[in-house]
Write a protein that binds this ligand. Sequence first.
Ligand code: HEC
Ligand code: HEC
Ligand code: HEC
Ligand code: HEC
Length: 464
Amino acid sequence: MISGCKTFGVLLFVTVTFGSALNAQQAQTGRDLILQLGCNTCHGGLEAAGQAIIRERAPDLSQAGRIYEPGYLLDYLQSPKPVRSNIGASRMPDFGFSEAEALAVTLFLQQQTAVESQGTPAAPVTLSDAERKRLEKQFERARKAHPNVNAELGRAIVRAQNCMACHRIDGVAPWPRSMAPDLAQVAERRPEPWLRAYLKQPHAVRPFGFFPGSGSRMPDFRLTDEEVEHLMTYFKHLSRAAASKVAEPAPLSPFAMKKARALLRDKLSCLGCHRLGERGGRIGPDLSSLAARITPGYLQQIVRDPQQAMPGTIMPKIRMFPVHEKTADLIIRFLWQQREPQQPQSYFSLVDFPPVLPEGGSRAERLYKTYCAICHGVSGNGDGYNARFLPKTPVVFASTGYMATRPDDTLFDGIFSGGYILNKSPMMPPWGETLSVEDMRKLVQYLRRLCQCQGPAWSRDGRR
Ligand code: HEC
Ligand code: HEC
Ligand code: HEC
Ligand code: HEC
């Protein structure tokens, strides 16, 4: 009896370790794949070591202008295919560029004429005469079709898409930090079927970049089913082992649903940034049919504490009224119930909306470009890419006439508490729980630079 038990125990032990050894091995394959594909060059939450692998394998583009024909580049950027056979799983991903976007990048790459190669030299593909002629014609046609597209825009696109994460490119500074979502907890944030389908065929979630306005995209690596499974295993392995299961938010009564809808329309700023059904901004992800893309635990986390949930996101922490906890709960349950189909999910054109990167000289400028330019416009003309989706034009900071009537304290209050409190459009978000007081003061000063004006004299009588 006793010895029988023992054998059983040993057997059990053996199968358990064997099972987890297999998983560990699969996770190892997933990790190896991440390094070969270079996922860790854009995303946070993955080990940063090992980025050299992809940098050694991707060709040095600082010679691109000498080595590739423009027609070839234009074509390749729109539909990249394997060229080198000796670089393992590494490959060039597809950014879904339109002809105009690819043309801009081509014009920029033509200016890359370094003589000495570092790492993998760029190497021309041999083309038949007929093929060369066809590509040449295609290039000439594209130039005629898009006369306004130039190399400067191409540089901005290359920068926005982080091409230099994998390639050597001269004169384009690397991103100072990761420019894509943190992937350490992705298996906890996304339901398994959604994540599997997304890896197989990515689409726009954040319509104009992880830093909204930057236009960064998740490129398509054309992963095989087997590769997707290895990555799935690795992501599960990365996420906190025993994720506590958070219950699904409970359904609301029709009356409570109506109340939530009214709050979103009249008081909260969520739809200034998010689409829901036909309406809403395009800064964050579309919230229609949200439950297909998000786990209950992550929904709770991101609404209550966005910065904690997604490091680096610009989504502000929003104190809700009348009673914060109750209202947050109401909104979460309302969102979970949304079944409106999502609109087609494609990225904004980088030609129609040239990327604005979250950077600049002073801290104030960086803050403004990260959090405000998306609606108020880089120069404060009220024409950020998201402005067209708002029911009311964001305040034009460049308007000296208007801004000269606004005391600094009023501007500060607007930034701190958002539009609703100030009797302005509720689509202006409150930043008081997200930015420091010092940063908000810097922003007020920056708005003064944009309007080149001061507040009314009475408001400046040595009070601050
Ligand atoms: C050139 C930069 C870049 C590279 C390389 C890259 N990604 Fe991404 N990825 C992004 C950006 C930007 C987003 C956000 C896009 C969006 O929301 O529309 C993203 C989004 C994702 C998401 C969705 C995360 C979420 O919660 O919404 C997953 C999963 C993902 N990437 C996996 C990968 C994997 C796996 C690799 C390697 C095969 C990879 N990425 C390589 C830029 C990159
Ligand atoms: C995740 C890494 C990665 C990123 C990001 C990336 N590439 Fe590549 N790229 C590669 C690899 C790997 C190759 C080599 C593919 C091959 O030889 O099959 C390549 C090849 C190329 C080639 C050369 C094709 C040839 O015939 O030699 C060009 C041009 C190119 N990439 C441009 C770009 C541009 C422009 C961007 C940004 C929009 C970019 N790449 C982003 C990895 C990357
Ligand atoms: C200033 C713009 C802004 C405002 C205001 C805002 N959000 Fe967001 N939100 C974002 C961005 C950007 C993201 C994407 C975060 C990331 O990169 O994963 C996001 C993510 C989310 C997500 C997760 C979606 C997903 O698929 O990962 C939910 C849910 C959400 N927001 C709900 C809300 C609610 C509810 C409100 C109002 C209380 C709100 N947001 C207000 C910008 C905003
Ligand atoms: C989602 C779009 C959006 C974002 C992001 C946004 N704003 Fe606004 N902002 C608006 C709208 C809309 C208004 C109100 C327009 C109205 O009612 O006249 C507004 C109003 C304001 C006002 C009130 C001005 C006055 O008349 O007193 C200030 C100040 C302001 N925004 C500053 C900022 C700053 C600073 C940031 C970045 C930290 C920012 N906004 C980000 C949309 C936005």
